[in-house]
Design a protein around this ligand. Structure first.
Ligand code: PA5
Length: 426
């Protein structure tokens, strides 16, 4: 279901010099002994997850689907990107479903927040607020606004059945509020950080509400864990991918460009950018993750990728068969000259764009390109892919001697902002 082709990127021989390191790091992940080991809970999560909680997630999701028209998912960073990435990758950008999902809490933008609030007026909506710390400012402001609107519209008692939270089991302002108000809560486990949490209630609850089969996602992740929790570098494509990243970094590349040919996968690229950027970008080290969606961006950044500074390599995620397709019709006049494509479907054209671009970038442009192939985009493959990348990220960061699970750099701007906002203690 998932394959890695590195033939246009590196020679197989590079793996030999990594064998000892891979053995050492794989042990650190499996035995939870590496730096930040308190946050390695995601590694065995696909087999250890709380079955009762998943049952409760599905029950509540059914209730929400039966009683509301809209679910507003309120969170940011790791408490937001995974659910959005999965929702769009699986359902598309113009999907129709009885439950509309709206994301809020990921921005201070007055325009966006005011527009969502206006849109929700008079509508039958529920809220899912997600925050591990329970104190993230973007999420908290949005939740305060949403909660007030809901209470105004349906009253305090009824709003209790329309508010759901995913947060720490015991700690934090959100947990205290939930206990006080009696909201239904799901747990973001203490040993799993935000950007590794997509397969917990953080991702699963909103996705179940959207009608996505979360059991299949967990099955896909289980399969991935089975395949990738070993140091057999001849077969473990997850670690091969991690090594290629490391090799590129040590051979003068500073940017990994994620490439997809599906606009509905652009949020998956955002999730990847957070996962790798926040996990690895420390101590003046790490690859800068970037992303493009082709063929759209071939008409903009394509020029740089082909011909610009040779700072990057490409990681292309190619889904081989789309969930929907459309034929190019015949036109009697053929003024646009497209009749040579009549009867062909768009996926045929998209794949030819991929093949032509791969040749142009790798051969003419000299850009190393590796390709991750998926036979199709479905819950199982996506669960697999999420686990693949999280595990690769753990390996990759440890190869750089980086703790993949903290984010000391993101606190500095917050301190300045809080000082400027006049928050007590800053
Ligand atoms: O990956 C991370 O740890 C971060 O992106 C957090 O998820 C993000 O800052 C949101 O934090 P919280 O869930 O505490 O609101």
């Amino acid at each position: 279901m998932i394959k890695l082709d590195y033939s246009k990127c590196v020679d197989v021989k590079i793996f030999d010099s990594y064998k000892e390191d891979v053995k050492r790091v794989n042990k650190m992940i499996n035995e939870k002994s590496g730096p930040g080991n308190d946050y390695l809970g995601w590694a065995d999560w696909p087999i250890n997850y709380d079955r009762d909680e998943v049952r409760r997630i599905k029950e509540c999701a059914n209730y929400i689907r039966g009683h509301f028209d809209i679910l507003v998912v309120c969170g940011i960073g790791g408490s937001y990107l995974g659910a959005r990435a999965a929702l769009e990758a699986l359902k598309g950008l113009k999907y129709q479903d009885k439950m509309e999902i709206i994301f809020m809490g990921q921005t201070f933008s007055p325009n966006y927040v005011a527009q969502v609030m206006e849109y929700l007026k008079g509508k039958n909506f529920a809220i899912c607020v997600i925050s591990k710390s329970g104190t993230t400012t973007e999420t908290s402001i949005s939740f305060r606004l949403l909660k007030q609107l809901l209470e105004e519209q349906v009253g305090k008692e009824a709003s209790k059945k329309a508010i759901y939270a995913v947060t720490d089991k015991e700690r934090g302002a959100l947990k205290t509020l939930c206990n006080q108000e009696g909201y239904e809560t799901f747990v973001l486990p203490g040993d799993i950080g935000g950007r590794y949490s997509v397969l917990t209630a953080v991702g699963l609850f909103p996705l179940a509400c959207a009608g996505i089969d979360i059991d299949e996602m967990l099955k896909g992740a289980q399969e991935a864990r089975e395949l990738y929790n070993n140091d057999d570098l001849d077969h473990n494509i997850c670690y091969q991918y991690a090594i290629i990243r490391d090799y590129m970094y040590r051979h003068d590349k500073s940017v990994e460009m994620y490439v997809t040919y599906e606009p509905q996968m652009s949020q998956l690229s955002e999730w990847l950018k957070q996962l790798f950027g926040e996990s690895e970008g420390k101590e003046k080290k790490g690859l800068l993750p970037g992303s493009v969606t082709f063929s759209t961006d071939l008409h903009s950044l394509g020029q740089f990728l082909q011909d610009g500074s040779p700072v990057l390599f490409e990681t292309i995620i190619n889904v081989l068969s789309p969930n929907q397709d459309i034929l190019i019709p015949h036109d009697n006049e053929d003024l646009d000259g497209l009749n040579y494509l009549e009867g062909k479907n768009l996926e045929f054209v998209n794949q030819k764009a991929f093949e032509g671009t791969l040749k142009a970038h790798s051969e003419d442009g000299g850009v190393p390109c590796q390709i991750i192939y998926l036979d199709k985009m479905n819950e199982r493959n996506l669960g697999h892919l999420f686990y693949f990348f999280m595990r690769a990220c753990g390996m990759s960061a440890y190869l750089l001697d980086i703790n993949p699970f903290n984010q000391p750099g993101v606190e500095i701007y917050k301190r300045n902002m809080f000082h400027l906002l006049g928050k007590k203690g800053y």
